[in-house]
Structures are given as C-alpha cells and as structure tokens.
Write a protein that binds this ligand. Structure first.
Ligand SMILES: Nc1nc2c(ncn2[C@@H]2O[C@H](COP(=O)(O)OP(=O)(O)OP(=O)(O)O)[C@@H](O)[C@H]2O)c(=O)[nH]1
Ligand SMILES: [Mg+2]
Length: 236
C-alpha cells in the first residue's frame, strides 16, 4: 500500500523549514502541500526543496484536505499539519497501525502519557468536552477527536460522506469513522508547540462549527453504516 502525506498550509514557512527535512521520505510515496494563499515564503520554500504544492482553490481546512485527497492516489493517507505541532518521527507508527489493519489511526495528545505543549486551557477543555460528547453520542472511545495528525485508509474514507469545509473536519472524520463501525485506534503522540506563524484556529468560531457538525451527524444517524456494509479489518 502506497502512502500519501497531505500537509495543509497558510503561511507556515517556519514550521515547514523545521519539520519537512525530518519527514521519513522512504515511507512516503507522495507528499503534497495544500496551500491557501501563503505570502510568507511557504510556496518558494516548497518549490526550492522540490515539494509538490497544490494551490487550494476553495477555502477552509477541510476543503483543503478534500483537494489534497483528489490530487493524490495512495491507499494510505497521512494528514499532517506542518506547523511544528505534528512530530514527523511518529508518522511511521501511525502508518504501521494502518498496515496492521486499522482504518483510522489518531495521534492522540491525551493517551499513553502523551503531552501537548501547544494547548492552552481553552483548547484542552474544548477537546475534552467535544471528545466526551462524541464518545457518548456515537458510542466511541476516543481521547482526542480533534487533533489534525492522523492516518487512514482511503478505501475506508471513501465509504463516508465528509462535507465540512473548516477546521471541524477532524471532528467530523472521527465521528463518521465511528458511526460507520470502521476500526479505529489511537497512539499517544506528544504535541510540540507551533513553530512560527500564527494559529488559524479561532476557538469560538471553530467550537461552534464543531457543535454544529455534532448535531448534524447525530440527526443523520448511522446511515453511512447501512448504506455501505463495512468489513472488519480481519475480514479484509
Ligand atoms: N490549506 C489550508 N491550510 C489551513 C487552513 N486553515 C488552517 N490551515 C493549516 O492547518 C494547520 C493547522 O492550523 P492551526 O491554525 O495550527 O490550527 P490547529 O492546529 O487545528 O489548532 P491548534 O491546535 O490550536 O494549533 C496549519 O498548518 C495551518 O496553516 C486552510 O483553510 N487551508
Ligand atoms: Mg496547530
């Protein structure tokens, strides 16, 4: 199975400079930077170093990942925010779990003693609250439904119907994998602080967006699981 890494960027040149040289290139068949109108040298850095850049046509984090999916073909997808908060040396652990049979593997900041050095009180509490609500409503066992660093099988993802265009993408993905009864796991991964640039996530806006996604997904019920009968990893 081939592996594609999708790295969404809006002015992240400092993060890229620090993180991209450490990517495990031997594991990655495709690397695509999905960039939304960066003006800080992100595009120039990528071109100079020979990375493929897809210029995002739409707006929003989720919409950017969707464009990245459309412009890659590998069977395993790694979503990798390159702002310094995703440790590149753990990509191999996530990919190994997908190869083992899991459909979705989340790099949880709150499992196995992992720590976030990027969280503040609001983001930590927000993640705890939304993750608790998602676990109750969708009978899941997540510790981190919102982190951007994750890996999954394209074939599993294609059975779902992700539609959210903003930073609630990760919440919707966590919910839909659980609703469809796909095999999901987490590995504990420390989250270093962002390197340079500015955070695009705005707690109130993103929080309301996530709440809206949760309500929509709850009202929609488990229809994806019914429409697409899902095999367990062991049957595949
Ligand atoms: N292509 C693209 N990238 C985006 C967009 N919004 C955010 N990003 C990138 O997505 C990554 C994560 O964004 P952040 O602003 O750090 O948000 P976050 O990591 O979810 O939130 P924190 O944990 O608080 O940092 C960064 O690399 C951003 O540059 C977007 O609309 N399009
Ligand atoms: Mg970040």
């Amino acid at each position: 199975m081939n592996v594609a890494l999708i790295a969404p960027t809006v002015n992240e040149v400092e993060g890229l400079r620090a993180v991209f040289p450490k990517l495990p290139k031997d594991l990655l068949n495709e690397i695509v930077v999905v960039d939304l109108n960066s003006t800080d040298g992100t595009i120039e850095y990528c071109k100079k170093e020979g990375y493929r850049v897809h210029h995002q046509v739409s707006r929003g984090y989720g919409a950017g990942i969707m464009e990245g999916l459309a412009h890659t073909s590998a069977d395993i997808i790694v979503e990798f925010p390159p702002d310094g908060s995703s440790p590149p040396e753990r990509i191999g652990d996530l990919v190994a779990k997908v190869r083992e049979g899991y459909d979705l593997v989340i790099a949880s900041r709150y499992r196995d003693g992992a720590k976030s050095y990027d969280d503040d009180f609001v983001t930590r509490f927000g993640n705890w609250l939304f993750t608790a609500i998602i676990n109750i409503l969708f009978r899941a066992h997540y510790t981190d439904t919102l982190v951007g660093f994750r890996a999954y099988r394209r074939s599993a993802h294609n059975k779902l119907g992700l539609s959210t265009r903003g930073l609630s993408w990760t919440a919707q993905q966590s919910i839909q994998f659980a609703k469809a009864g796909l095999t999901v796991t987490e590995v504990g991964v420390d989250e270093p602080a962002r390197i340079g640039g500015v955070r695009k996530m705005r707690p109130l806006k993103t929080g309301l967006e996530i709440l809206w996604v949760i309500v929509r997904e709850f009202v929609a019920g488990r229809k994806f699981a019914n429409v697409f009968p899902v095999q367990s990893a062991s049957e595949r």
